[in-house]
Design a protein. Structure first.
Length: 400
């Protein structure tokens, strides 16, 4: 049964006991009665997922009405993201949200619309509710550790990495603008967080199996968009989500290069795909089909989107290829395993797979690195796929 709200008579009537005890009013207001008989107003509230109790004042110097008004004022501070314990600590510095907005506004002209939207959406979801209204100079490393650990508990480890990056870049911008002297995220290495489990996708590595796979894919009876995507996928090493987002603006028939914008790449960096003769011919044939869409593999439902990765997976399953044999991502593993085995230079293969370069300075320029060798690699691989598909020359090496 809930206690009735206090009256002045009730407060006056509370007597001391052999132990300290508290009586609850409502809305988090308590009256603590000490062994000496003194009466102290307390307020309990939650701030940043922690339960906190603070002292409001002594009765009767602070009346029941005064205590309730103080509780209401503190609740208003909590709504604003301000800790009532620190309400008298003034800061002339801008809030985290203000600094994030300044950084985002400065950088968004360099980003694609989708990437700029994603950055703001992630910040609004994970950062603003916790630190958005805090002055930028009052946010500490322990504050950020607690925030990031809460994300880790949800087991969304890719999101954790992205949120840490957004926060760190906002703080670094704030350091550069002279608002703070230290980035509180700087000394939080990823080693203190759980590592994402590496996924190993099933794939085919035996030449006969690869040839059979390619012939099986040719039997797909669905839409031309899905059939064309499945035909090109083995040749260009893209991840499924990158393949389905390809647009015609990326295709340079004159230079025989697909210049993929970083906005659709997992790495966030531009990527070059040299077109083999086979890929050039496939894309030329597709370009003759009038779709009214900018996408190379447009959705049937709308011209404003490409086909989905699930459409590719469904097509593969419909051909009797099981999940423990092959998935849409397996085209990359198939090429990587075989090319490494056949003696191609590892750095050339990794660059064509658009794997992340850990050296950030080097990464800014690596999309065009080893381009001549990559042109040779892509043509050799396409030739070899054609031979496997035709079931000929299975004993010769890819270089031959």
């Amino acid at each position: 049964m809930k206690n009735k709200p206090f009256t002045d008579a009730k407060v006056r009537s509370l007597k001391k006991k052999s132990k300290v005890y508290r009586e609850h009013d409502y809305g988090g207001l308590y009256l603590e009665v000490a062994v000496s008989g003194s009466k102290i107003w307390k307020q309990r509230f939650n701030f940043e997922q922690k339960q906190v109790m603070i002292t409001i004042g002594h009765y009767p110097h602070v009346s029941l009405l005064d205590a309730r008004q103080a509780v209401n004022k503190n609740k208003q501070l909590l709504v604003q993201g301000v800790d009532p314990r620190h309400k008298n600590i003034k800061s002339s510095k801008p809030t985290f949200k203000e600094m994030f907005d300044a950084w985002h506004n400065q950088k968004c002209s360099e980003w694609s619309d989708n990437y700029a939207h994603d950055v703001r959406q992630r910040a609004n979801c994970y950062l603003m509710p916790v630190i958005g209204r805090k002055p930028i100079d009052k946010i500490t490393t322990p504050d950020m550790l607690m925030l990031l650990k809460k994300i880790e508990e949800k087991d969304v480890l890719d999101t954790l990495r992205k949120i840490k990056g957004i926060a760190s870049r906002t703080f670094s911008f704030s350091v550069g603008m002279g608002e703070i002297t230290v980035n509180p995220v700087r000394d939080l290495p990823m080693d203190i967080f759980k590592r994402r489990k590496q996924v190993h996708y099933p794939t085919f590595t035996d030449p006969k199996d690869i040839g059979q796979l390619l012939r099986t894919l040719d039997c797909h009876k669905g839409t031309y968009q899905v059939r064309a995507a499945l035909e090109i996928a083995p040749h260009i090493f893209l991840r499924p989500g990158e393949l389905t987002k390809l647009i015609w603006d990326y295709v340079d028939f004159s230079d025989r290069i697909i210049r993929v914008d970083g906005s659709i790449m997992k790495t966030g960096r531009d990527h070059l795909i040299p077109m083999s003769n086979q890929v050039f011919d496939m894309l030329k044939d597709l370009s003759c089909i009038e779709t009214g869409s900018k996408f190379i593999f447009p959705s049937l439902k709308t011209k404003n989107k490409g086909i989905t990765t699930n459409a590719l997976l469904t097509a593969i399953r419909s051909l009797g290829i099981s999940a423990d044999q092959f998935v849409t991502h397996s085209f990359r593993g198939m090429a990587s395993s075989f090319l490494h085995e056949k003696g191609f230079v590892s750095d050339v293969i990794e660059r064509q797979l658009a794997h992340v370069e850990t050296n950030k300075v080097k990464a800014a320029y690596c999309h065009a690195e080893y381009l001549e060798q990559r042109i040779t690699l892509m043509q050799a691989w396409s030739n070899y796929l054609d031979d496997l598909k035709s079931n000929v020359n299975l004993t010769k090496t890819i270089q031959e």
